[in-house]
Design a protein around this ligand. Structure first.
Ligand SMILES: [Zn+2]
Length: 227
């Protein structure tokens, strides 16, 4: 996809559910892949204690190694975290903050947001922000510095409220932006511009992203679902 579609960029990394596959050879392959000019981050890396598909100490070791790899390459990284909030912080602290990265699909509360931001991380906001039970997340987003928020889809998973149970699509992104605008009392344009700028800065994307992709996100119609 990355090679055939202009404006599509990639991340490379070993997901925590696959941690048992990590060895020196795989690390060399990651290093090699990360040199591709369209690769802009290491990820998803992190800890997944929900699926527990690999021993937890091994997950922590593999996560740490990939954070250090990202730092060595001067790349940001994308963190996957499930039922492992505190251990993710512990590894990030061990890896030597401040970090350049994003907590992907952030669903934490104010205290967790604060801890992540103190380590230098950005928060990736997706469909969950529209869910009825996500009051703690919305409270965190009322407070979080706007220049540390980026929008994401996690498609095909976690579609915004009006489409729950269906396949998620990047086209629903304006619904997330609309929700964030509502939470922050900002205009939709402001949220789109700021979060796009944040992503461009974080991943060192071309500054004329709309021209590269041929998609002008700002002109898409938006319907904001029930919270
Ligand atoms: Zn993930």
């Amino acid at each position: 996809l990355t090679e055939s579609i202009p404006g599509v960029f990639a991340t490379v990394g070993l997901h925590p559910t696959e941690a048992a596959r990590y060895d020196d050879e795989l690390e060399r392959a990651l290093l090699q892949a990360a040199r591709h000019p369209r690769v802009r981050a290491i990820g998803e890396i992190g800890l997944d204690y929900y699926w527990d598909a690999a021993p937890r100490p091994l997950q922590r070791e593999v996560f740490l190694r990939q954070v250090l790899l990202a730092k060595r390459l001067g790349l940001p990284f994308v963190v996957h975290q499930r039922d492992a909030a505190e251990d993710v912080l512990a590894v990030l602290r061990e890896a030597g903050p401040p970090h350049r990265g994003v907590m992907h699909c952030f669903t934490g509360d104010l205290a967790y947001a604060r801890a992540c931001l103190e380590l230098g991380m950005h928060l990736g906001i997706g469909g969950v922000v529209t869910y009825r039970r996500a009051d703690d997340l919305r409270e965190a987003l009322r407070w979080a510095p706007l220049d540390r928020l980026v929008l994401e889809t996690d498609a095909p998973y976690l579609p915004p409220a009006p489409y729950r149970g269906q396949r998620n699509e990047p086209a629903y992104l304006p619904i997330i932006a609309g929700k964030l605008a509502e939470i922050r009392g900002l205009s939709l344009d402001e949220v789109i511009k700021t979060t796009t700028d944040n992503a461009i800065r974080l991943f060192e994307l071309p500054s004329d992203l709309s021209a590269v992709t041929g998609v002008d996100v700002a002109t898409r119609p938006v319907e904001v679902g029930e919270p």
